[in-house]
Design a protein around this ligand. Structure first.
Ligand code: FAD
Ligand code: NAP
Length: 534
């Protein structure tokens, strides 16, 4: 049951968001006996999986790994049905978690947190919510997600459109029936690549407006057999521990060596095997794929050949073939994406040279041609990593706004705290590995770190903790240095903020897992080194 709003109240901790991160944080705080409250803008829990209900939405990290490990009974009892479970199943799981651990009584839905200001005299956060509530909290935790702030480009005429518009990240709960309609999809990232094959089967005509072609490998999704589920469940603890030493989980099988340690035949055989196996482990074929351009080209050329083989019309295949670094934008995993362009009702419109000029009452104009449309789907992604954080008016010491502090790009210590903002934590904030890993274990690691930190302070009778500027500077330099040694900064990805006009270009996630966990544990073991306490 959704709680009645409490217009004015004090909590030990205010948590913003009720996705994987908010739910996990709330549960842990409860176990510590703290008075915690979560505010969630949506009308239900689930975060990403509440909002992204577009056709074909599913995870691309295997479900047996893309799930919580904090409760042995939960992971033993929950039965995932597919290798990559669909959105509805992940949402059902998160609802189950909320019920199972009786979390709902401390979650206020349909409520956005608008501002949080730190009161230096009282050492509390003053939090304002969209229902008019004002709250105070000793700690303020943003569990607002890396990919939750939908990015809809400001195309001229957008409000004049006579048909329906949708964003994949804000999909209507009742679903959308595209039968008999002329549909335009803008974007060719992961969300578009998952939804296009399904929309194409339903719509009368589908136009895909592509600014940049993307690399995608087959997901090879399939139902999970009882045997394989049992194999994992009988050894879950050990497998999870092993996954803690690997970025994307225990089924990723990464090779450390160079692509040039082996012959061309062996390399091709490796790529072929990974293509058949399906999914993101394709990128783990060799240790230097994202470090060395020539090594990367061996894998990229392999995928380019596959695209040419899958798409009948060579001119369309050419347009769909990326000339960029494989993995530099997040690799996509698809179920029949490239083949969809062989359908007679599907047209690829290359807008790389001629951006969308205008949306008109009847459609969309680009390159001087107007495409008549009944519906437009914006698969245009998110203001990633900082969007949801900066949407809240967060002010630290001296009334300094987080927006102001991060004007030239986010600055954090460990992606979890930022100097000048005491008792403020971010779950999977910029500067943490987050989106470059399986996010659920990364979320749990942050939750545990934050909770342990609060316990540490409590045990010592301390009430304030704050990242030191020096430690933050060193961390920010380190995050940049690590990224610069790779091929990641070389393309216009959302990792760099390049998808949002005017956003500072800074590589936001930290490329270092599991080293990050070792570092974070070490900081804690040294009495929260790099933090001032009192
Ligand atoms: P979210 O799930 O984004 O939840 C944040 C919540 O905070 C939202 O519900 C939002 O409404 C709420 N919120 C934000 N601001 C406010 C505010 N001011 N006031 C109140 N509430 C607020 N990651 C993987 O590792 N593997 C995958 O396969 C994978 N697939 C993905 C598929 C899609 C379509 C998308 C978009 C992302 C995917 N991700 C995946 C990343 C995914 O976002 C994370 O795995 C995870 O779900 C994030 O959980 P979270 O709780 O941190 O954030
Ligand atoms: P995205 O990867 O950022 O893709 C957005 C697409 O929209 C890109 O093709 C982009 O083109 C295009 N675009 C943006 N603005 C545009 C404009 N003004 N005009 C024309 N085209 C424009 O977003 P996403 O597909 O929603 O995915 C975001 C992330 O969420 C993924 O990378 C992944 O981490 C996660 N996700 C995962 C899955 C999964 O399989 N589990 C599914 C969906 C999302 P440019 O490339 O030119 O910018």
């Amino acid at each position: 049951m959704n709680q009645a709003p409490s217009p004015s109240s004090h909590f030990d901790v205010v948590v913003v968001g009720a996705g994987f991160a908010g739910l996990c944080m709330l549960h842990r705080l409860r176990k510590m006996g703290l008075r915690a409250k979560a505010f969630e803008a949506g009308s239900g829990v689930g975060g990403t999986w509440f909002w992204n209900r577009y056709p074909g939405a599913r995870c691309d990290v295997e479900s047996m790994e893309y799930s919580f490990q904090f409760d042995e009974e939960l992971q033993q009892e929950w039965r995932w049905t597919e290798r990559y479970s669909p959105q509805a199943e992940i949402l059902a799981y998160l609802n189950h978690v909320a019920d199972r651990f009786d979390l709902r009584r401390d979650i206020q839905l349909n409520t956005r947190v608008d501002s949080a200001h730190f009161d230096e005299d009282a050492s509390v956060w003053n939090v304002r919510s969209s229902d008019g509530g004002t709250h105070t909290a000793s700690y303020f935790v943003m569990a607002t997600g890396c990919l939750s702030s939908a990015n809809t480009p400001k195309v001229p005429g957008i409000n004049s459109f006579g048909g329906s518009t949708y964003h994949t990240g804000r999909w209507p709960h009742e679903g959308v029936d595209f039968s008999g309609l002329r549909v335009g999809v803008i974007g060719t990232g992961s969300s578009a690549i998952q939804s296009i094959p399904i929309i194409a089967k339903e719509a009368e005509q589908l136009f895909v407006f592509q600014r940049t072609p993307n690399f995608s490998v087959p997901a090879a999704n399939r139902p999970l057999t009882d045997e394989e589920v049992e194999r994992v469940k009988s050894n879950y603890g050990e497998l999870r521990k092993m996954a803690g030493t690997m970025g994307f989980g225990f089924n990723t099988r990464s090779n450390e060596g160079s692509a040039f340690d082996v012959s061309e035949e062996e390399r091709r055989a490796e790529y072929e095997a990974r293509w058949k196996m399906g999914g993101l482990p394709f990128l783990g074929a060799y240790g230097d794929l994202i470090l060395d351009e020539k090594a990367n080209a061996t894998a990229a050329d392999f995928v380019r050949e596959k695209i040419r083989a899958l798409v009948d019309d060579p001119a369309v295949a050419e347009k769909l073939t990326p000339n960029s670094i494989l993995g530099c934008k997040r690799l996509c995993a698809d179920s029949g994406y490239f083949e969809t362009f062989n359908r007679p009702n599907v047209t690829l419109v290359d807008i790389a040279e001629a951006p969308i000029e205008e949306i008109t009452p009847n459609g969309l104009r680009t390159g001087g041609t107007t495409y008549e449309l009944d519906a437009i789907v914006f698969a245009t992604g998110f203001d990633a990593m900082t969007g949801a954080l900066l949407a809240v008016d967060i002010r630290g010491r001296g009334g300094v706004q987080l927006r102001k502090k991060w004007e030239a790009g986010p600055r954090t210590y460990l992606g979890i705290a930022t100097a000048g903002f005491p008792n403020f934590f971010m779950i999977t904030g910029p500067g943490s590995p987050s989106v470059l890993t399986n996010m659920v274990p990364s979320i749990e690691q942050h939750v545990n770190w934050i909770a342990d930190c609060m316990t540490f302070l409590q045990e010592r009778g301390e009430t304030v903790i704050e990242a030191e500027t020096g430690a933050e500077d060193v961390w920010v330099s380190h995050v940049n240095e690590v990224a610069s040694a790779t091929l990641y900064p070389g393309c216009n990805s959302w990792y760099l903020g390049a998808n949002v006009p005017g956003k500072p270009r800074v590589f936001m996630p930290y490329l270092g897992f599991p080293e990050y966990v070792v570092k974070a544990d070490d900081v804690a073991a040294k009495g929260y080194e790099g933090f001032a306490r009192g």
